[in-house]
Design a protein around this ligand. Structure first.
Ligand SMILES: [Fe+2]
Ligand SMILES: [Fe+2]
Length: 254
């Protein structure tokens, strides 16, 4: 099974970058399943139904989420019915939506799990314990991919090691900066600490730099918005049979 996983999509520039780059990527790579983190896809904060459907129309099969899942309140109206969206599985109480799903593809069934880290991320339940409850439900899957939405590199590396040999891939998201540590772990699990982001190339993590700089320099509250302009995409391409993981970084020329 071959999988394209796209890092956090940020705002319109991210969506436009996907529309521009995905057809070109399809000439280089052939994937059976396309996954993307969508927590910032609507204006940098959360997801709307229109934006989710736009991303599906681009060929994305499943959207994972993260700490920005609930930023756009519209999601409460559709997340329970949108089986292609998963949010972190380790929320502490009853939570709308679902934390995992199984996707049927021509190459077989793919289990997808979304987890949030705890370090610097708020009061989530233990992701290590949460994944133990989900894995038995995926025993018949041909592959399992975990999107670990987390801040601390140590926690991400540790979860990769914890799941090594038990899932096909552990892919980090959330920091919006792609790390250059893609690897095959000793027991065969594909791993990267962070896939990166799909968004405006000239930005601070996909956001307009000016209000971010104002906040850093004055400590006054500011309103951040997704940056516009030429986009870039960060992704990884996985070949589960070949046990290979390849980083992808493409930026628009202008
Ligand atoms: Fe994000
Ligand atoms: Fe995040």
């Amino acid at each position: 099974m071959k999988i394209l996983f796209l890092g956090d999509i940020v705002g319109r520039s991210g969506r436009q970058a996907l529309a521009e780059f995905l057809p070109r990527l399809a000439e280089q790579f052939s994937w059976d399943v396309c996954l993307a983190n969508g927590e910032n896809a609507a204006g940098g904060k959360g997801l709307t139904l229109n934006v989710a459907e736009e991303l599906l129309s681009l060929g994305i099969d499943c959207l994972t989420m993260g700490n920005h899942t609930w930023d756009n309140k519209e999601i409460f109206q559709f997340i329970d019915d949108a089986g292609y969206i998963i949010r972190p599985a380790n929320y502490p109480g009853p939570t709308p939506g679902r934390g995992h799903t199984i996707i049927s593809s021509p190459a077989g069934a793919l289990g997808v799990i979304n987890l949030s880290g705890q370090t610097f991320m708020g009061p989530y339940n233990c992701p290590f314990a949460a994944v133990e409850e989900i894995l038995p439900l995926m025993s018949d899957c041909d592959g399992i991919v975990v999107d670990f939405h987390a801040e601390a590199t140590s926690e991400k590396v540790a979860l990769g090691r914890y799941l090594d040999g038990r899932v096909s891939a552990v892919l980090g998201t959330h920091t919006h900066i792609q790390t250059a540590d893609e690897k095959v772990l000793p027991q065969g699990t594909l791993y990267i600490t962070d896939v990166g982001m799909c968004g405006a190339a000239n930005s601070v993590l996909g956001m307009d730099p000016a209000p971010v700089l104002t906040k850093f320099t004055t400590k006054l509250p500011g309103r951040f918005s997704a940056a516009r302009g030429p986009g870039m995409i960060n992704a990884v391409y996985l070949d589960l049979a070949a046990k290979s993981i390849e980083r992808i970084q493409q930026t628009a020329a202008s």
